[in-house]
Ligand binder design. Structure first.
Ligand code: SMG
Ligand code: MG
Length: 368
C-alpha cells in the first residue's frame, strides 16, 4: 500500500449538554479528522486532542501542525506502507501521541478495508458487544447531578463515573450512592485535581465502595499515586499518566495503579493500546476503555478495542446520543447497556457525507 496523501479536516460538533471537568467546561467538541488516501483505498482517523491543552499538552491546532509539518511527510519514505510501520517511522519525533495515533488509525483503517478485516478481528476482540458506562460532569448542585445520573441509569448504562474536584467529591458521591443504592457500579475521575497532601481527604471516599478513583494526582506523579495507595483503600486507576506500554509496566511495578484506563489517542495508537492491554493482563491488572468524546469513527475503534479479553470493566464508550444530537456516522445505540462491536471491514462505519459537511469548518489536502 502506498500513501498518496492525507486530508486533514476540522469539525465542530455541539454537545447535547455542557460537560464540566476539573479542568474546564466543553460545550462544542472541535475534532481533527484524517482521511488517508492510498493506492488501494481510503481510511479514517480521529485525533483525540481537544481545543485547548488542558487534559494533556496536546491540542487540535498543534496536532494539525505536527501532522502537516513532520508526521505525514515522514511516511513518504515508506514504499510499502502498513499500519505496523507507522509508529516506528514517527518515533524520532517526540510526544504528539494523539496526532500519531490518528495517523496510524487512518492507515490501519485503509489497510483493513483493503484486506476485508475488521478492527475488532485485527486487534483480537473476543466479544460481539461491550458493556457501557457513562461519564457524568460536575454540576452546579447535587439535585441536578441526581437527575442526570437517574437519566443515565434509566437509559441502561451499567456504570456511572462522576467527575470530581476539590469541593465536589464526598458529598456528590454520598448522594448518588444513597439515591441509587449499593448495587450501582460507581467510580470517580479527578483529572489530576488533587495532590498527595489530600490523601486523608480522598480516603473519605472509601466507605462508598467505588470501583476506582481515576487519576487523582498530576500525570507525572507516579510515586505520589503509589504513596496515596497506602492511605486510600479505593483502587487507583491511572489515565493521563499512562502514555505507553512501558509507562504502564512502570506504574504497575511501582504500585501506582491497580487498574488502567486505556485511551488509544493518549498512548500513540490502537497497536500500543493493545500492548498496554497485554502488559496489564500479564500483571492481572484490569483495564477499561476511556473516551475523548469521540465521533462514531473513534467510537467504532474504541468499541472494537474494548472487546478484547482484558477489558473487564465497562468503558466510557457511551452511545452517540450521550454526546451529540447528530453524529457523523450511523449512531451507536445502547442495547441493554451494551454497544455492538462493528463487524465490517476496517472501522465498519464511515462518515455520512452530508452530515460530515455540515460540521466541517476547515479542510486541507496534503499530497505526499
Ligand atoms: O468520551 O465519554 C467520553 C468522555 C469520558 O470522562 C471522559 N473523558 O479524563 O477520562 C477522562 C475524560 C477526558 C475528556 S474530558 C472533556
Ligand atoms: Mg480520565
Amino acid at each position: 500500500m502506498k500513501l498518496t496523501g492525507v486530508e486533514l479536516r476540522t469539525i465542530e460538533m455541539p454537545l447535547v449538554a455542557p460537560f464540566r471537568t476539573s479542568f474546564g467546561t466543553q460545550t462544542v467538541r472541535e475534532i481533527l479528522l484524517l482521511r488517508a488516501v492510498t493506492d488501494d483505498g481510503e481510511g479514517w482517523g480521529e485525533c483525540a486532542a481537544m481545543s485547548d491543552p488542558l487534559y494533556s499538552s496536546e491540542y487540535v491546532s498543534a496536532s494539525a501542525d505536527v501532522l502537516r509539518t513532520f508526521l505525514i511527510p515522514a511516511l513518504a519514505a515508506c514504499e510499502r506502507l502498513d499500519a505496523h510501520q507507522v509508529a516506528p517511522a514517527l518515533q524520532k519525533f517526540k510526544g504528539h501521541r494523539m496526532a500519531k495515533a490518528a495517523l496510524e488509525m487512518a492507515v490501519l483503517d485503509a489497510e483493513l478495508r483493503t484486506r476485508g478485516v475488521s478492527f475488532a478481528r485485527e486487534l483480537g476482540a473476543v466479544h460481539d458487544q461491550v458493556p457501557c458506562g457513562v461519564s457524568v460532569g460536575i454540576m452546579d448542585t447535587v439535585p441536578e447531578l441526581l437527575e442526570a445520573v437517574g437519566g443515565y441509569v434509566d437509559a441502561g448504562y451499567l456504570r456511572i463515573k462522576l467527575k470530581i474536584q476539590p469541593g465536589w467529591d464526598v458529598e456528590p458521591v454520598r448522594a448518588v450512592r444513597e439515591r441509587f443504592g449499593d448495587d450501582l457500579l460507581l467510580q470517580v475521575d479527578a483529572n489530576t485535581a488533587y495532590t498527595v497532601a489530600d490523601a486523608r481527604h480522598l480516603a473519605r471516599l472509601d466507605p462508598f465502595d467505588l470501583l476506582l478513583i481515576e487519576q487523582p494526582l498530576d500525570e507525572d506523579d507516579i510515586l505520589g499515586h503509589a504513596e496515596l495507595a497506602k492511605t486510600v483503600r479505593t483502587p487507583i486507576c491511572l489515565d493521563e499518566s499512562i502514555t505507553s506500554a512501558r509507562s504502564a509496566a512502570d506504574a504497575i511495578a511501582l504500585g501506582a495503579c491497580q487498574i488502567v484506563n486505556v485511551k488509544p489517542g493518549r498512548v500513540g495508537g490502537y497497536l500500543e493500546a493493545r500492548r498496554i492491554h497485554d502488559v496489564c493482563a500479564a500483571h492481572g491488572i484490569p483495564v477499561w476503555c476511556g473516551g475523548m468524546l469521540e465521533t462514531g469513527l473513534g467510537r467504532a475503534a474504541n468499541v472494537a478495542l474494548a472487546a478484547l479479553p482484558g477489558f473487564t470493566l465497562p468503558g466510557d464508550t457511551s452511545a452517540s446520543d450521550r454526546y451529540y444530537r447528530t453524529d457523523i456516522t450511523a449512531p451507536f445505540q445502547l442495547d441493554d447497556g451494551h454497544l455492538a462491536v462493528p463487524t465490517g471491514p476496517g472501522l465498519g462505519v464511515e462518515p455520512i457525507p452530508d452530515l460530515l459537511e455540515a460540521v466541517t469548518v476547515h479542510t486541507e489536502w496534503l499530497p505526499l
